[in-house]
Design a protein around this ligand. Structure first.
Ligand code: GCB
Length: 867
């Protein structure tokens, strides 16, 4: 094949682009100015992307509106295009859409995460306005996956809507809303690469003579392969044409380190050479394989997959997120050094996959069959259609190497205590049946990709053999969070590997919840501290990289995300992100960068969460330093604390902070980094450098309350001249297991203050000197039925009834509150503050007495202000 030089080609290419604009195929995004209504009476103007659940999935009320949403829009169609075929393309509508054109129903589509097309030509009135109406339904529907999952099912038209008009011969729009062509690679190696392209052409006329032209261009725009064919189309057929290029010599191989892309341009012309339709796609030569002993291979070389899962929603937007904002995520992930993304638990916007091609990120993509299935024929049918749409719409991205179809399909089965044994057995059989069908379908549709599925910690995946269906089985493992301890991860994997030596495995999910307002010297399971997050991720990384049989790991989750029923330290949000819901980074993000990105030297001092640190007495506080360099020197306020070796990306240094401004400096031979931070050092209660003092009663962690701008320090047993409890038992997450904390607490944003508490404490002391103080005490009734959360696996889900606990509150023998009955006097889950001015006129300081009248007293926090 002769090589045409760059200039000739650019001319050819420009000619082709120019004539493209002259051609008739057109796609117009029609996102602006839709009318939206909940009841068909009150209408408001909205733009797509749109969801009606951006707010109510986060408000105080439990639940969010799952039901119908009505959309309508007038579109003008000119008679200049009267001889064309018109289509509407919906890129995603959650979750069921019924579309009407000028009053007539044209399609019903089930499934909220894939695109669908509908042909509307015969219903249009030319040179006039045409009414498009879409009825959207996100109510629970037993026939549409997902039936149940740990994320919010925001309703609405949340990806682009397009009006497409094409000449009567065009690339097929009928094949599950794909682009109408599919690229396959074969015999790819360093020496050569084969490409096959299958093209589908729709003819909406009688016989027609057309011409198809394919070009492969390299990054410089040089044509390296060209092929064409004259095509005789029969009346109203969809013609399938296959091109098999001669192998390309010495191809540049695509990989995360070198995402070299070729371009494919396919042009359909009529017999006179006028362009009818044109498409283009990225081409990337790569091949992936797995070995149960040696892990994942790309282009024949081992590569440990390390990256993240991503959900598509975003603070304040729900799932209706502007695409440019979403693209930023992919850049942030790449910048962390990740080489893989699992788009969980459904297909995300196609633009993002294209960006993964360009940036060099391998992709696992899947459909949302999550937690359980039903045995209805429709559920099975919808699942099949969804996987067809998914694979066909996402087939051509070179970044996509793994296609999945199920996540934790036995989760509901495992936590179901309502069904009979027979019903449970049937569910097992049904799930397995669907898994087999989808595995077969996936292998048939995508024979050159790797099939995947993820399961949770349960023997049932082995027992049923489901884990041996896909080419890689992903384990979602939460050792040290929902289950056992952090160190148990490796033991579990070794055991699995020994028992199933032929199975390739990936750690498809892991990670603890973490809130940037919570920090501690003594991180514990389920405390939501950033320190525990660091501990778990750092250990998991070692455990996985030490095991060559593991193909890789994808952290759960790239970002915090909306899960309406949940109550972590922020209500309705799952906080396992490496970045926050608004994508502000958590320190752990930089730790990943330190181990994954060996490019530009960098140092990160992990103090981002320390908005205000309070240290007590002769305390030091451990600060982690992350770097991709080996040797660092650390100093605090100009005094060297020593030289340190960076291991596993981290050095932890105990900092003897002084009161006020502190400067940490980390230096290496090449670069240095400085962080200033304010420290509130309280050595005695002299109230000289500080006016306020707060304790997070019942907790081992600091909690920074933004609204009150104070750090509540961890609690302790009473020490003379200082503060603490005389008696009582910590309730909640300070124990190794979660006792069913009150969550989604109303009337406050300071959940972590209320969530931990002391029960049965009748004396609490703070030895302040004589003077006047404002003393605020915080309470919540903990014995309320927690929202059922199967993800909090260690939580007892038994019914806990409202408690009638009654107690009196005294401060220094003054009765502050008589007969406090939290369950009776306040709405459920109400954060109560009782504040009063106290004159301390003894050397005994403040003594808070909680005198129980019925059952045990509780207390969550105290804040003292010197007046
Ligand atoms: C899982 C699920 C995921 C949840 C996650 C969690 O195993 O696959 O959807 O969000 O656990 O945070 O509990």
């Amino acid at each position: 094949m002769p090589h045409i030089k760059y200039k000739t080609l650019s001319l050819a290419f420009m000619a082709c682009v120019a004539s493209f604009f002259l051609s008739h195929a057109q796609s117009k995004i029609i996102n602006s100015g839709w009318q939206y209504s909940e009841d068909k009476t009150h209408w408001q103007t909205v733009n797509i992307p749109h969801t009606w659940n951006a707010r109510d999935a986060f408000d105080d009320e439990s639940g969010y509106r799952r039901g119908l949403g009505y959309y309508k829009k007038q579109i003008f169609v000119s008679s200049k295009d009267e001889d064309q075929i018109f289509w509407l393309k919906f890129n995603a509508v959650n979750q069921e859409a019924t579309v009407f054109v000028n009053g007539k129903e044209v399609t019903n589509h089930k499934g909220g995460y894939t695109a669908f097309n509908v042909e509307i030509t015969s219903l249009l009135n030319f040179d006039s306005y045409n009414l498009i109406e879409v009825v959207v339904d996100n109510s629970h529907n037993d026939n549409i996956p997902p039936l149940d999952a740990d994320f919010t099912f925001y309703g609405g038209i949340y990806r682009d809507v397009e009006l497409i008009n094409v000449p009567k011969q065009h690339f097929s729009l009928k094949d599950f809303a794909s682009d109408g062509f599919y690229i396959d690679y074969y015999n790819v190696s360093k020496e050569k690469a084969g490409v096959k392209v299958k093209v589908l052409i729709d003819n909406f006329e009688d016989k027609a003579n057309t011409h198809l032209d394919l070009k492969i261009l390299d990054e410089e725009g040089e044509i390296i392969r060209e092929d064409h064919q004259g095509l005789k189309l029969k009346a109203n057929e969809t013609k399938i044409v296959e091109f098999d290029y001669p192998e390309i010599k010495n191809p540049k191989l695509w990989s995360p380190d070198y995402p070299y892309l070729y371009k494919l341009v396919i042009t359909l012309t009529d017999k006179n050479g006028t362009i009818l339709d044109q498409k283009h796609s990225n081409l990337g030569f790569r091949w992936a394989s797995v070995d149960p002993e040696k892990g994942f291979f790309l282009n024949g070389k081992p590569i440990k997959l390390i990256g993240v899962n991503r959900h598509q929603d975003y603070k304040d937007y729900g799932n209706a997120v502007p695409i440019e904002l979403q693209k930023k995520d992919i850049h942030i992930i790449k910048n962390m050094g990740a080489n893989v993304i699992r788009f969980a638990h459904y297909p995300h916007a196609r633009e993002l996959y294209k960006l993964c091609d360009e940036l060099g990120i391998l992709v696992w993509t899947e459909i949302p069959i999550v937690n359980k299935v039903t045995d209805s024929d429709t559920f099975f049918e919808v699942s099949h259609t969804m996987q067809n749409e998914h694979i066909k719409q996402y087939y051509n991205y070179p970044s996509v190497v793994m296609f999945g179809y199920m996540n934790e399909i036995f989760l509901r089965w495992a936590f179901d205590n309502k069904s009979t044994e027979k019903e449970k057995e049937d569910l097992k059989i049904t799930s397995l049946k669907l898994a087999r069908e989808l595995e077969d379908l996936t292998r048939k549709l995508a024979p050159n990709h790797i099939t995947v599925m993820a399961g949770h910690l349960n023997e049932v995946y082995n027992e049923t053999g489901i884990a041996d269906l896909p080419m890689i089985f992903g384990w979602n493992l939460y050792f040290g969070w929902y289950d056992a301890q952090i160190e148990d991860l490796g033991k579990f994997l070794d055991d699995q590997h020994q028992r199933y030596p032929k199975r390739s495995m990936l750690l498809s999910e892991y990670g603890p919840g973490a809130d940037v307002r919570i920090f501690t010297k003594t991180p514990k399971k389920f405390d939501f501290s950033t320190n525990y997050q660091a501990k778990l991720h750092q250990s998991y990384y070692k455990q996985i990289t030490n095991r060559s049989f593991m193909t890789g790991m994808t952290a759960w989750n790239f970002a915090d995300f909306g899960s309406e029923f949940r109550g972590d330290a922020i209500p309705h949000v799952n906080q396992k992100g490496l970045v926050q819901y608004d994508r502000t980074t958590k320190d752990i993000y930089y730790w990943y960068k330190s181990v994954l990105d060996d490019g530009v030297p960098f140092i990160h001092i992990a103090t981002d969460y320390l908005s205000q640190l309070t240290v007590l007495e002769d305390d030091t506080f451990p600060i982690q330093i992350y770097s991709n360099l080996k040797d660092i020197n650390v100093s605090l306020n100009g005094n060297s604390l020593g030289d340190f070796k960076v291991e596993n990306g981290v050095v932890s240094v105990n900092m003897p902070f002084t009161n006020g401004d502190n400067t940490i400096k980390v230096s290496t031979e090449i670069i240095s980094e400085e962080k200033r931070m304010k420290v509130n050092r309280i050595e005695t209660f002299d109230f000289k450098n500080f006016k306020r003092f707060g304790v997070n009663i019942g907790a081992h962690f600091n909690f920074y309350d933004e609204e009150q701008n104070i750090t509540f320090v961890p609690d302790q047993a009473y020490k003379k001249g200082w503060f603490g409890y005389k008696n009582g038992t910590a309730f909640g997450i300070t124990k190794d297991k979660n006792q069913g904390l009150p969550h989604n607490i109303k009337n406050t944003n300071a959940e972590p203050l209320f969530q931990t508490l002391l029960e049965g404490c009748n004396e609490y002391k703070v030895d302040v000197p004589e003077g006047n103080y404002q003393v605020a005490l915080y309470f919540v009734e903990p014995h309320i039925k927690p929202t059922e959360n199967i993800y909090n696996l260690s939580r007892s889900t038994s019914e806990i009834n409202k408690k009638q606990r009654i107690f009196d509150i005294y401060i220094n023998d003054n009765l502050i509150e008589k007969n406090l009955n939290l369950a009776e006097q306040y709405p459920e889950k109400y954060g109560v503050e009782i504040s009063s001015e106290i004159n301390v006129n003894t050397s005994e300081g403040l003594t808070i007495n909680l005198k129980a009248i019925e059952d045990k007293a509780v207390i969550s926090g105290i804040l003292i202000e010197k007046l």
